[in-house]
Design a protein around this ligand. Structure first.
Ligand SMILES: Nc1ncnc2c1ncn2[C@@H]1O[C@H](COP(=O)(O)OP(=O)(O)OP(=O)(O)O)[C@@H](O)[C@H]1O
Ligand SMILES: [Mg+2]
Length: 262
């Protein structure tokens, strides 16, 4: 069966600064349904760019991204927006909560926009607020919540539509280690029990170790991947990450070394 998320030879250029940036240089990646995949890479390696493109939030310059058999790179803006709202759950590095809405309203938003029945919205929202220990902050606006609380609201919102694919950019960047572990555990449970597919960007080996496979991005290219072997083993991931990065550094600018597959 084809992978639920197929990234095919994707390139992205930014030309806003003085020097154009070739942020993604031919990235290809398959994420099979029911896999928890992580992406690691140093700052500026293109992780957020790859995630934004996968969520159809920014156009690719070359290549294709196919999700559930549908090429989102050739959809109209409207169709892509609807597809994202119904089938994807996106957690941004900056939470992107709506500042004038409360936690409850932010979480419920995807179904409100889709005009789901009010009773369904309410019961799902309550369940998610409870799951993320946010019930006591349900009526707070983002500016009256801590960074960690806002981050949990953003994750809860991404789960509201029971997404087929969750795209998460540093979803635990503002959480302490105990709360971060809860989120990683939760993502793993969604994958195991509901067959959800997750692509998560993280700079932490501890987080990446919850994934089934870790893809390593460097200077806009995938340079290798780490198989978890079914274990949550931070040291294994940290060691392999270092090995992949240093072997690539000594290999110079060779293209296509150990390009990660599925
Ligand atoms: N809107 C933009 N305009 C110009 N350059 C950009 C833009 N967005 C990103 N870049 C550049 O593209 C490259 C990849 O950026 P990206 O945000 O994907 O990195 P990242 O791996 O997510 O980094 P971090 O770990 O710091 O979040 C960087 O060199 C960045 O400066
Ligand atoms: Mg980033």
């Amino acid at each position: 069966m084809d992978a639920i998320l197929q990234i095919r030879d994707v390139h992205k250029y930014y030309s806003t600064g003085a020097e154009p940036v070739h942020a993604l240089r031919g990235v290809s990646l398959d994420v099979p349904q029911g896999q928890f995949a992580a992406i690691m890479g140093s700052s500026g390696s293109g992780k957020s760019t790859l995630l934004h493109l996968s969520g159809g939030l920014d156009p690719v310059d070359e290549g294709h991204i196919v999700i559930e058999g549908r090429d989102i790179t050739s959809m109209s803006d409207h169709n892509r927006t609807v597809f994202r709202r119904r089938r994807l759950g996106v957690v941004f590095q900056a939470y992107n909560l709506l500042p004038t809405l409360t936690a409850r309203e932010n979480v419920g938003l995807p179904l409100l926009v889709d005009r789901a029945p009010m009773a369904e919205i309410q019961s799902k929202t309550d369940r998610l607020l409870d799951l993320f220990e946010l019930t006591h902050r349900a009526d707070h606006r983002p500016d009256a919540m801590s960074g960690g609380e806002q981050q949990r609201v953003a994750i809860a919102r991404a789960l509201m539509n029971d997404p087929a694919v969750i795209l998460a950019d540093e979803p635990t960047g503002n959480l302490d280690s105990a709360n971060a572990e809860k989120i990683w555990e939760l993502l793993r449970t969604l994958v195991r029990e509901q067959g959800t597919t997750v692509l998560m960007v993280t700079h932490e080996a501890a987080g990446a170790s919850y994934a089934d496979v870790v893809h390593v991005l460097r200077d806009g290219q995938l340079i290798g991947s780490i198989d978890s072997g079914g274990q949550v083993d931070t040291q294994h991931v940290a060691g392999e990450y270092l090995r992949i990065n240093t072997s690539q550094a000594t290999a110079g600018d060779q293209v296509g070394v150990g390009e990660a597959g599925d």
